[in-house]
Design a binder for this molecule. Structure first.
Ligand SMILES: [Zn+2]
Length: 226
């Protein structure tokens, strides 16, 4: 992995590369062992959660939000460990041939963080996760949405509270090119779909031609297994 290229020989000597999950030794840094890769679930289309119905064309997850993917997201998001990124890249590389997004997409839109939260974390984890994925597909990432209110951690809230808190949380960035475009909304995880629905609704109301959803990991229902 190029993220480590400079120091790799030394690092490999001091810290032999191992699978991020079961710690079995692997050949290259950033790699997973085959068994753990398999357990991550693979790409799947999601049954549209109720809040997304009617405003989202399709929703996809690159893996299941448990075990390995869950701990990688937590490392990146809550512990600010960018060292999780090579493992995430490896996983995305592994599943990329299974990802069949609509061909008409024009731009990807990461779910935004509130400015204060982003300053505190130092980066938007959604952009970090999908950076190489989007570059490889020649799909620009555009910050078309703004989060205007800082919210408490959503996982602590009941569904009706989440909806209320998020209803006015997102607005289009001033001058954002949304109308008439086919957009791919990105997030790290999808659990209830409330955050996605709030963002998708803003894009929809601003005249987006279509909104599709892609998340890194989800524990929501699968439409079909590949
Ligand atoms: Zn493993």
């Amino acid at each position: 992995m190029t993220r480590f290229s400079l120091w790799q020989p030394l690092l490999d000597f001091l810290f032999p590369p191992h699978c991020p999950l079961c710690h079995a030794y692997v050949e290259t840094r950033g790699s997973w062992c085959p068994a753990c890769l398999k357990r991550a679930g693979g790409v799947h289309r999601l049954v549209l959660p109720a809040p997304l119905k009617g405003i989202v064309r399709s929703a996809w997850a690159l893996g299941v939000y448990r075990g390995g993917l869950r701990s990688l997201v937590h490392d990146l998001k809550y512990r600010r460990r960018r060292s999780a990124l090579p493992y995430i890249d490896t996983y995305l590389c592994h599943v990329q041939q299974d990802i069949h997004l609509p061909p008409d997409l024009e731009a990807a839109v990461p779910v935004p963080l509130h400015a204060a939260r982003e300053r505190e974390r130092g980066f938007n984890q959604v952009e970090a996760i999908f950076d190489r994925f989007l570059t490889a597909r020649n799909l620009p990432s555009e910050r078309l949405l703004r989060r205007q209110s800082a919210t408490r951690p959503l996982y602590a809230l009941q569904p009706h509270e989440r909806r209320r808190v998020l209803q006015h949380a997102f607005v289009p960035e001033p001058g954002a090119a949304i109308a008439g475009r086919h957009l791919l909304l990105l997030d790290d995880i999808l659990t209830t779909g409330t955050t996605m629905a709030a963002c998708a609704r803003v894009l929809h109301e601003a005249g987006a031609a279509s909104v599709d959803v892609l998340v890194f990991a989800s524990d929501f229902g699968r439409l079909n297994c590949r």
